[in-house]
Design a protein around this ligand. Structure first.
Ligand SMILES: NC(=O)C1=CN([C@@H]2O[C@H](COP(=O)(O)OP(=O)(O)OC[C@H]3O[C@@H](n4cnc5c(N)ncnc54)[C@H](O)[C@@H]3O)[C@@H](O)[C@H]2O)C=CC1
Ligand SMILES: O=C(O)C(=O)COP(=O)(O)O
Length: 389
């Protein structure tokens, strides 16, 4: 029986992928084999030695201690692209909310009092403060052209906007998906100088933290709009508020409320709703549950953020799934120990990514506890699992 701990509400559609005769799933469970999580912050949480995999039912893994897990031989999976459409739709909504002053106008309507005639009169005299502008012909700058950024760029093109993008590590797959008339900016500063709207779709890392600061904001055209549906910390919010107060920026729409932002008259914050649709929640949960199940049962890896992709078809007999440092002679030492134990290797696959490698070895008979312990004791072996019979 595999034990799965959930740290957030994970869609039932995903949990149903884990058959109840082989999987026990609960929020409180001792010695879990895997953890399913959304945005719960795991950096300070104790993670039991029994954990072999963590599945982030979403895109960003900055809430997971990925480097520490890699060092322990724990795979961290996410669900690339599974919530991208949901975020794209909210970003487009954010542009319209900003351009048409929808949030402020709605607050005004809700504040109206008196009979309907009085309301009508207040509407006609008050509406001029909420006049806006239209999107066609305006330029949207997209920073980060991954699953979400590409969808946002293409949707903005369909709305008649000019689009420029910046992503120095764009993949060939994403580049193919991008509308051909999306222009490539030479740099972030080049993009900022030419954009009426700028939207961010990058992961939060040391390299992206505060990528927009006070100095950079000044390079934006006057009355530009910023949209942040990626992570708190990508923009320096204090600098954004200062630029709004100076009248340099027009509006800021983001998914991350704070005391500084939530009541500002030119800021609209939403409570981290980017991925909160039924469709996205189902897609993400199904994707990570399938990946976790495949990893626990066969050792195969799909969409891990810290492990190489690896797939060796498994007939369910006798497999060893080994995570080891990517250094010389690991496979040599492992196969020497297996030979010494009288185990014959039937099939084997080794893949590496950065400092870590995964080695799947099918053997002709069950590996004993002693041999397993010997493999675990090889310097550089991070984890060893015995799968199948
Ligand atoms: N508000 C919400 O609910 C959601 C927020 N997110 C956030 O959005 C981020 C992006 O999500 P996806 O598009 O699915 O990820 P992705 O991995 O498909 O795309 C990220 C892109 O950013 C690019 N990138 C990385 N560093 C960069 C830099 N310094 N400058 C320019 N580009 C850079 C990468 O090359 C990649 O193409 C996630 O990491 C997460 O933080 C994702 C989903 C929902
Ligand atoms: O997928 C992401 O990166 C998100 O930010 C979505 O977060 P959530 O799963 O809605 O808590």
């Amino acid at each position: 029986m595999f034990k799965i701990q959930t740290l957030n509400n994970i869609s039932v559609a995903g949990l149903e992928r884990l058959p109840r005769d082989r999987y026990e799933v609960a929020s409180e469970i001792a010695n879990p084999d895997a953890i399913l999580v959304r945005s719960a912050k795991m950096h300070e949480l104790p993670i039991a030695p029994s954990v072999k995999a963590i599945g982030r039912a979403g895109a960003g893994t900055n809430n997971v201690p990925v480097a520490a897990m890699t060092g322990r031989g724990v795979a961290v999976f996410n669900a690339p692209g599974a919530n991208a459409n949901a975020v794209k739709e909210l970003v487009i909504a954010g542009m319209l909310i900003a351009a048409r002053n929808i949030a402020q106008a709605w607050q005004f309507s809700r504040s109206l009092t008196g009979d309907d005639a009085a309301i009508s009169q207040a509407v006609e005299s008050g509406k001029k403060q909420f006049g806006g502008f239209e999107l066609p012909g305006r330029t949207l700058g997209v920073i980060g052209l991954g699953a979400i950024g590409v969808k946002v760029a293409n949707a903005a093109r369909a709305l008649g906007m000019k689009v420029i993008g910046y992503d120095p590590t764009i993949t060939v797959r994403r580049a193919w998906q991008l509308e051909s008339d999306v222009q490539a900016a030479l740099s972030i500063d080049d993009l900022l100088a030419r954009s009426d709207f700028v939207t961010f779709h990058v992961p939060l890392t040391d390299a992206t933290r505060h990528m927009i600061n006070a100095e950079r904001i000044q390079t934006l055209p006057k009355n530009a709009v910023l949209l942040n549906f990626s992570r708190e910390g990508i923009l320096d919010d204090a600098a954004v508020v200062a630029a709004l107060d100076q009248g340099h920026l027009y509006a800021y729409c983001c998914d991350f409320p704070s005391n500084l932002l939530k009541d500002h008259p030119r800021v609209v914050t939403l409570p981290h709703l980017g991925a909160s649709t039924r469709e996205a929640e189902d897609n993400c949960a199904i994707m990570v549950a399938d990946q976790i199940r495949e990893y626990l049962e066969s050792g195969n890896v799909t969409n891990a953020v810290n492990f190489p992709e690896i797939c060796l078809p498994f007939n369910g007999d006798h497999r060893l799934a080994i995570v080891n440092s990517n250094v010389p002679n690991m496979v040599g030492q492992i196969s020497t120990d297996l030979a010494a134990a009288g185990l014959n290797i039937i099939d084997m696959l080794n893949r590496s990514r950065g400092d870590v490698a995964v080695t799947l070895i099918d053997v002709d008979q069950r590996c004993s506890d002693e041999t397993l312990a010997r493999l675990q004791g090889i310097s550089g072996v991070l984890s060893v699992r015995r799968l199948g019979g």
